[in-house]
Design a protein around this ligand. Structure first.
Ligand SMILES: Nc1ncnc2c1ncn2[C@@H]1O[C@H](COP(=O)(O)OP(=O)(O)OP(=O)(O)O)[C@@H](O)[C@H]1O
Ligand SMILES: [Mg+2]
Length: 280
């Protein structure tokens, strides 16, 4: 913890908790989860921002339906970027600054610098939570990001298949190595709900992520079904937590948000109330 705290204060002085959403494997629903989690935390009354740290394939323009550049302001001669305010949260993505079809070519170190700039130059104001949507995988790019982004903890998203779960193990090890607490695991596309009859089928033999969490001594934060309405809402810029908050799917995201908030508060409560003094 001590290693991750100082940059949090200097880079993001007004932000209480920075929560990353990560996955070992691509396409498991990390961005969908990050956006719905951010909106669910906001629905609980928290001030929330969301940072799309996936500079290769930013998702926020599509998931929040934002296709314009953020405003900027001048403060003591410094240009500050104002996050876009949408659906009750503040949002920033590299994708807001470039047309959707532009392919992004970044070399390793540039990725960390780009994300750091988004952290440093964006006027987040006072936030309870900044949710960071990380790029998929556990390679160098993620490692650099976890070191540059001052994380309170990380939530890992997985699908139930063995291949995804094997990558979760790699993810857990990576975050442990860099001293980022793993807040818990979410199983996405856990089971299928038929949109017509509501029949549930466990197409990927659900439950793997819960077992993986238990084996690693981590918290299991919940399962989200593979569901047509989650996809349609996410991909049309109107996440389900906002458009259909009473639906069982949205209620599930709200429950995940409650558990995440509980974990983070519990962690904060066990931390020393006094800042540690580091003599160098
Ligand atoms: N629970 C779900 N039910 C149905 N569709 C889902 C669900 N979660 C995500 N999806 C859909 O799956 C696709 C991939 O999701 P998403 O972009 O969130 O994944 P990702 O892990 O962020 O991908 P990447 O690794 O490329 O960043 C999207 O079209 C999204 O709408
Ligand atoms: Mg994504």
């Amino acid at each position: 913890m001590a290693a991750t705290q100082p940059p949090a204060r200097t880079l993001l002085p007004g932000v209480k908790y920075v929560i990353a959403v990560a996955s070992g494997k691509g396409g498991v629903g990390k961005s969908t989860t990050a956006v719905n989690l951010a909106l669910a935390l906001a629905a609980r009354g928290a001030a929330v921002g969301i940072l799309d740290a996936d500079v290769y394939g930013p998702s926020l323009p599509r998931m929040l339906d934002i296709h314009y550049q953020p405003d900027a302001m001048e403060e003591a001669g410094n240009k500050r970027i104002l996050p876009v305010e949408v659906l009750g949260v503040k949002a920033i993505s590299m994708g807001f600054f470039m047309p959707e079809a532009t392919p992004m070519v970044w070399r390793g170190p540039m990725v960390g610098m780009a994300v750091e700039q988004l952290l440093r130059d964006v006027e987040w104001g006072t936030l309870d939570y900044l949710v960071v949507d990380l790029p998929p995988g556990t390679g160098d790019a993620q490692l650099t990001l976890t070191q540059r982004v001052p994380l309170t903890g990380v939530v890992i998203v997985s699908t139930p298949q063995d291949v995804a779960l094997a990558d979760v193990r790699k993810g857990i090890n990576m975050f442990r190595k860099v001293d980022v607490p793993v807040l818990g695991i979410i199983e996405n596309m856990s089971y299928h709900l038929c949109p017509n009859c509501g029949h549930r089928s466990d197409i990927f033999s659900h439950g793997g992520a819960r077992r993986e969490a238990e084996a690693a001594g981590l918290h299991f934060l919940g399962e989200v079904p593979l569901d047509q309405s989650i996809r349609e809402h996410a991909d049309s810029g109107k996440p389900i937590v906002i458009t259909d908050p009473q639906s069982p799917q949205a209620v599930q995201y709200l429950e995940i948000a409650r558990l995440v908030a509980e974990r983070v508060e519990a962690m904060a409560a066990t931390e020393s109330p006094f800042p540690s003094i580091v003599v160098e």
